[in-house]
Design a protein around this ligand. Sequence first.
Ligand code: BDP
Length: 692
Amino acid sequence: DNGYRLWLKYDAINQTKILENYREEISSIYSFKSSETISIAINELENGLEGLLQKKVQSDPTIKPGSIVLLKEEDQPTHKITVDVPDHEHGYIIKNTIIDQKPVILISSKSDIGILYGVFNFLRILQQELPIENLSITEEPKIENRILNHWDNLDRTVERGYAGFSLWNWQTLPGHIEQRYIDYARANASIGINGTVLTNVNANSTILTPEWIKKVKALADTFRPYGIKVYLPARFSSPIELGKLPTADPLDPQVIEWWEKKVAEIYKVIPDFGGFIVKANSEGQPGPQDYGRNHADGANMLAKAVAPFNGIIMWRAFVYSNEVPDDRAKQAYNEFKPLDGKFDKNVLVQVKNGAIDFQPREPFHPLFGAMPNTPLMVELQITQEYLGMSTNLAYLATLFEENLKADTYAKGKGSTVGKITAGKLDNHSLSAIAGVANIGNDINWTGHPFAQSNWYAFGRLAWDYELSSEEIADEWIPMTFNTDKASEDSIKNMMMGSRETIVNYMTPLGLHHIMGWSHHYGPGPWIKDKPRADWTSVYYHQADNKGIGFDRTATGSNAVAQYFPEVARQFANLDTCPEEYLLWFHHLPWDYKLKSGDILWDGIVKHYYLGAEQVKGMQNTWNALEGKVDAEWHRSVKQLLAIQYEEAVWWRNSCVLYFQSFSNRPIPAGLPKPDHDLEYYESLEFKYVPGN
Ligand code: BDP
């Protein structure tokens, strides 16, 4: 199995009793009306059931006992049934019921897409080998726009992409539709993703030229029956680059007109175009501040252009400047909070999960809860820019869950990031969530086979941010591996601990941003003296002979004050600050006493050693699964785990030796000494890292 089929494998059910039962219970597929989307749903059922049940289950124009009945709510009366379906257009029910005195499995929704989602859920139930006698499922998405952000460039390289080149073959578009595009749409629909930004936030205005819009249209047409809208990044300076205007000032009438025309041109070709994402005045990207305007001026100008077409603008809050003499972690809040309430109704502010940048662990971004009058959407990174790229096994659902469940206390207890993103805390009807895609043209889509679980998990959490990472693993594992329960359990254990393992050997106890220069691969705690201090490591760890950590309390940058008081107090106080955030918020002496009784230096070192040991543990678990999982997967993951172990040791040795040069303390007794000295680790250089 080369992994191409993702979680939609539909291999035969291996428990005979369950298989027999399913074969008895399911006879045919009935659908009252057809449409492109319903045909897709039927096709999916036919293929899925043939694989899972090892028998052909076909469409039938009459309802039979055991039919799977696909019915829009409006067609229920014709069939003399009334079954409540969710109000949400994309919600659905799956229910055992009786039609014409025949027991059937009914999948019903207000919309065709809802039915397709229901079909995928039904197949998921079978893939998990769950009972189907008493189904009574009601589902609806908690977030309206569930969007992948591709950081794909027009030359098909992918920024921070580690799974090959971009899926979008711009050369042969629009004439040639690759099967991949269809399979991509299908995989996304199976988890409820309903939007995709096709190209990089570090945008190229060429994508907005007529020739390229035709290519985008071809993709939009392909994705539409799967319920997926396309979005594009808007390069703020496009009126200059494409329109030959002297300015891109958002208040300039000519600029406004240029965007209005451009938007009308796009909608003429793609009537359901989703809208734009904008990275402005960030890391060198152009933006409204180039003309003395603010983010709201820029966002609203674009928002007005797309509003007549129901388009939205996702304006990113990932802004920071090395010219601002303040903690980078504070800057987005300082810039955006004063703009709360100043954005047009169809603007969302897109905020990364943490205030720095997709680190293995970050506290939640203080903007969550701080802008009640603006719909905020969280941006999660599915691609593993800072978590070992595609050589490390990291099940990120635990990270996503930690973030979505983080409590901002904006309106008292329970004001979670998930709730804010869903618009439920402040009653915004517009809501969205973004995940920076980890997908490329590798045969298995994601590079590391296990990275498929992160695409899956993002989709599932986008649909229901209250799901737990464990529940999601419980779905994904049986869908992906056709194996026994005990093997599933050990895979799950390995996945559930995998992100914490990486935190241990990369950035334990709240350390952050100490990776290799520019490409972000491997350790680089020694990075200093670069053109921007906020791109160095020493800026973040602040290690010296006395101690280590970034003081973000009142004695330091006071970034804690950006949180609501309950949270601010918790982080600021050493007695209550969770140790996983310790050095994020505090600069502490090397002999500071940790809860374990260890002094800080020993604690740091032990985390690094533990992390590397844990990778060994994963290797052992995986080795024991030989013969229990697909041979190709086994070989591939085994090799990757061996690389990961080397990388874990590389991280461990580099960081321990480097920090030791400040602490001047020995490595605690019983732990082996690194093989080389610090100079050696500092001299290691990597000439080729993908996605840089
Ligand atoms: C950082 C990446 C950089 C992205 C930037 C962003 O290193 O490549 O362009 O974020 O999100 O994580 O805009």
